[in-house]
Design a protein. Structure first.
Lengths: 400, 141, 176
């Protein structure tokens, strides 16, 4: 402190001497007092965001694993190269929540939990509706009885269906159910039990399917009022003990591609009223199978707008490595069932997200929780975002 | 209706004494691995999970209730095979049912369980309430 | 954050070089289990002859504050042992969740598989010490009885997650 003052004083003194000796308008720092003064600014300004968001923007969902009451979503321009142009804004999501962004509404939804005394007290579960342009809360839908699913972030714990008229939210107590919300009235319409099943994979016009403990699915068709029209079970398409599938599919044009622990992809058609198993295919060549490449990670899979999915892979996989992430991202054409590229990552990664548009960016969360950006088409490394205030950004979403 | 008859037949034909059909070590292990996480070591439940202690036997007073214990998603959709599931259910009833168990318990058989679990319940809460209502109304077995 | 880094780094390194270590343990264990199941093997018989079972005390070895500890084979979270609790008790002022997930781990000392109940301790925010994620036998959410990716602080006063225990609740049953 003392020293700093001293230096300041010295430099001020030097300036004065210089100014005196050279007189007039320019001091030693080249400042020009002839310039007009900076216009007076108003206080109270708050920025807003463009609509739609540019293709290069991403949401990094930081669950704040070390202090979960304080999770947040940070909006990042992955094409920008400085922190000040990368960070666009953020909003909070309390207690390992779930989030989903609307495409046709200027809204993004956060399913979260609060306690009246922070970590204790009366629990409130709520869907908070945020404005995409202001990131301010627009409304809240409060659960009559708190029962929200809390856990590692899942893309399919909160989903929009029926042209974004209905919002579906996954509950777990450990009884499983889905709350149906009408987004026009912002009211809860119904709670649908999905016994023994989990998560929400939008199905048909106004329905969803859930993965069940026996490796099958339960499809629920809803009326516009959120009532059950029918519930239909689909037979098991994998063995949940011996050869499990990840609950994290890439969904492309209504068809879900569920990767298996052992690198088989299961195709489930979700375009009809009821989920339909189509086929399974092998992701690996014989030599890759020998090296035991397996998918792994938290947000381990995502897709682009051209029908490709991207998946984190690691060699020497075994039961127990399924959440660990990967050293490479493999890119597949889902329809052709063909691998298009292998992207070797600079660092080990645990989560990935793919941006929108014709030339998407690929963002991964590395093991040290930095965000690395790649060109999705070429696999070229572009930059690392280290200073986005992130601690544990375990899920990444390309903006809608 | 016919399903109930089949079930009754299966029950009648299994004349072996109740406990003799249970391998307690295996049943305990399967219960622990597949059920205890939610139902607790003593079948005490908690959260959204009902207490089975001193209660589960009540369901055995009607055919509908007997079927219910298999059709409930935790049972029907479990990873256990039919004979293992039958054994776990029989063991559970013996362990936790206590005074709620009606006299003359008939063990579930693998076949019975196999048939019933093909029609798991989609909606549990309201159905459970109606099953219990029928029991308290004294509907005959 | 640092811990998280370390954890991920640890794991990536583990995968990179020696996914074998646990594999070795497993193989060793199944050999030992095999030996126990076939007492005709001379080694096993000799051991039985030498010592009566009454002389032997149940034993486990390793550091319960280390992620390598045998009981933690399918744990996912902060070790209560590093948070003021222990491997089978919650830290002061927290509440143990009655609802949980259950798996088996092999005790390398006696070659037996035990049933482990991974009850979470709840009511305070993340302990922050000794993050440990090992996922042997872990299954996604659809197999709730085997899923460690969700917050098991269910049926407790507060669902805020603090740390995880690993309680031996039984012996794995093996068909002989």
């Amino acid at each position: 402190m003392h020293r700093k003052h001293h230096i300041l004083f010295r430099s001020a003194f030097a300036s004065l001497v210089v100014a005196l000796s050279f007189s007039i308008t320019t001091d030693a720092h080249g400042s020009d007092s002839e310039l007009p003064p900076i216009p007076i600014e108003t206080t109270g300004k708050v920025k807003t965001l463009p609509s739609p968001y540019p293709d290069s923007w991403f949401w990094a969902f930081d669950v704040a694993f070390g202090h979960m009451l304080d999770g947040k979503m940070t909006l990042i321009d992955a094409a920008a190269s400085t922190t000040r142009s990368q960070i666009k804004g953020m909003f909070n999501v309390s207690l390992v929540g779930a989030v989903v962004e609307a495409t046709t509404r200027n809204e993004i939804y956060a399913f979260e939990t609060f306690y009246s005394r922070g970590n204790r007290g009366v629990r409130t579960d709520v869907v908070t509706i945020y404005s995409k342009t202001t990131l301010a809360p627009l409304a809240e839908i409060v659960w009559p009885i708190p029962k929200r699913y809390q856990g590692m972030p899942e893309r399919y714990a909160l989903q929009l269906i029926d042209d974004e008229k209905l919002l579906l939210a996954y509950n777990f107590t450990p009884a499983s159910s889905v709350t149906v919300i009408d987004l026009e009235s912002r009211k809860i319409l119904n709670e649908v039990a999905i016994p023994g099943c989990t998560l929400i994979y939008p199905t048909g016009k106004r329905g969803f399917s859930s993965l069940c403990s026996n490796g099958g699915m339960l499809s629920t068709e809803l009326s516009p009022e959120g009532q059950i029209v029918q519930q239909t079970r689909m037979d098991a398409f994998f063995d949940t003990d011996a050869n499990p599938a990840f609950e994290r599919p890439a969904v492309i044009d209504g068809v879900a591609y569920y990767p298996g622990f052992e690198s088989y992809v299961h195709i489930i058609d979700l375009r009809g009223k009821v989920a339909r198993y189509v086929d399974s295919w092998d992701m690996l060549s014989a030599s890759e199978r020998k090296e035991n490449w397996r998918p792994g990670g938290i947000g381990l899979i995502d897709k682009d707008d051209m029908g490709r999915f991207y998946i984190l892979m690691h060699p020497d996989g075994h039961d127990g490595t399924q959440n660990e992430g990967g050293s490479e991202v493999w890119v597949y054409d889902a329809k052709k069932q063909k691998r298009m590229a292998r992207i070797a990552l600079r660092s080990w990664a645990v989560t990935l997200g793919v941006g929108k548009g014709k030339n998407p960016l690929l963002m991964v969360t590395s093991g040290d929780m930095a965000l690395e950006v790649y060109d999705a088409a070429s696999g070229a490394y572009l930059r690392t975002i280290e200073d986005a205030g992130q601690e544990t950004p375990l899920m990444i979403f390309g903006v809608k | 209706m016919s399903k109930v008859c089949i079930v009754m037949l299966l029950v009648m034909s299994s004349g072996v004494a109740y406990s003799q059909q249970i391998n307690p070590a295996r049943a305990l292990y399967n219960y622990q691995m597949s059920c205890q996480g939610c139902h607790g070591p003593e079948g005490q439940g908690g959260g959204g999970v009902p207490r089975m202690q001193g209660f589960v036997g009540l369901f055995l007073n009607t055919a509908q209730g007997r079927d219910f214990l298999v059709q409930v998603p935790g049972s029907a959709n479990s990873a256990l095979g039919n004979s293992e599931l039958a054994e776990v259910l029989n063991w559970m009833i013996e362990q936790f049912g206590g005074s709620s168990n009606p006299p003359g318990l008939q063990p579930y058989t693998a076949r019975e369980v196999g048939i019933l679990r093909k029609s798991p319940l989609n909606e549990v809460n309201a159905y459970r309430a109606s099953v219990l209502a029928n029991i308290t109304k004294g509907a005959a077995y | 954050m640092k811990l998280f880094d370390q954890f991920v780094e640890q794991r990536s390194r583990k995968i990179a070089q020696a996914s074998s270590r646990r594999g070795v343990l497993k193989r060793l264990g199944s050999f030992m289990a095999g030996a126990a199941a076939f007492p005709v093997l001379p080694v096993a018989r000799a051991a039985n002859a030498d010592t009566t079972s009454a002389d032997k005390v149940p034993s486990e070895s390793g550091d319960p504050a280390s992620c390598d500890y045998w009981r933690y084979c399918a744990i996912d979270g902060y070790l209560c042992d590093c948070c003021g609790g222990s491997y089978n008790a919650c830290p002061p002022g927290t509440e143990m969740s009655p609802i949980t997930w259950i798996g088996t781990c092999l005790n390398p000392v006696d070659g037996r598989s035990y049933v482990i109940s991974y009850n979470d301790c709840c009511g305070k925010t993340s302990c922050g010490s000794c993050l440990c994620m090992r996922d042997e036998g872990d299954r996604p959410l659809y197999r709730v009885d085997k899923a460690n990716d969700l917050n098991w602080c269910l049926g407790t006063e507060s669902s805020v997650y603090h740390c995880s225990t690993a309680i031996v609740v039984g012996l794995a049953y093996e068909d002989s």
